[in-house]
Ligand binder design. Structure first.
Ligand code: AMP
Length: 218
């Protein structure tokens, strides 16, 4: 059983690693942002409230987020374990979750921090190009293109996300540092936190994560 929290700044490759983990260990990938967005798009009164909060960039209340998360953890795809993405966002959430699952098979077994130097994250984010047609992601600094501005796979048009600029990145990064710091210290104190070098390649990052999980959970 691996119940994992993945912590990483924007551009560190959290989505990619979560996908690889889900496939290899047959565990659920749970993003609280996605869970809340689903409710927001339902059009209910609660959904409208959540949509407003998400639009403003503030956090949804701890109680509501925890309730939604605990419900999701009851689904059958969580029986072998789960990866939490975007939760906890604060030290308080880390403590609340721990209390809620104490003594159950939902206790966190591993917290993995994907570490990438800030200047490299900046290059990954500001150079990111996405294909409008197939969603493939490129980097204008690192990738070669058959034809400039078009996707190598489907020839679709490549575009840059509006928040993938230097100013927005700096804001997101500063927020990441302040918000996760408390949670990181909390899990470090429990001896279940590992920091992985995620600056080399996707496969090297994943091999380190596999080793951590296999060493600890066997
Ligand atoms: P994300 O997709 O993780 O960037 O989250 C998008 C939005 O969903 C955030 O700006 C919050 O409004 C809300 N959200 C996601 N995760 C949490 C959480 N753990 N606690 C409170 N609000 C959250």
């Amino acid at each position: 059983m691996a119940n994992i929290i993945l912590i990483a700044a924007a551009g560190a490759g959290k989505g990619t690693q979560a996908r690889l983990l889900k496939e290899k260990y047959n565990i659920a990938h749970i993003s609280t942002g996605d869970l809340l967005r689903d409710i927001a798009s339902s059009g209910s009164e609660l959904g409208k409230e959540i949509a407003e909060i998400q639009k403003s960039g503030l956090l949804v209340s701890n109680e509501l987020t925890l309730k939604i998360l605990l419900e999701r953890l009851e689904d059958s795809d969580c029986k072998n374990g789960f990866i939490l993405d975007g939760y906890p966002r604060t030290l308080e959430q880390a403590k609340m979750f721990e209390e809620a699952v104490a003594g159950t098979n939902k206790e966190i077994t591993n917290v993995i921090v994907l570490d990438v130097p800030k200047d490299m994250l900046m290059q990954r984010i500001t150079g990111r190009l996405t294909c409008k047609a197939c969603g493939e992601i490129y980097n204008e600094y690192f990738d070669n293109f058959v034809k400039e501005g078009t996707c190598n796979k489907c020839s679709g048009e490549l575009f840059k996300r509006s928040d993938d600029n230097e100013e927005a990145f700096n804001k997101r990064y500063d927020l990441y540092l302040t918000v996760v710091k408390g949670a990181i210290e909390f899990y470090k104190g429990k001896g279940i936190l590992d920091v992985v070098d995620a600056s080399i390649s996707k496969s090297y990052t994943f091999s380190q994560i596999e080793k951590i999980l296999e060493d600890k959970n066997d």
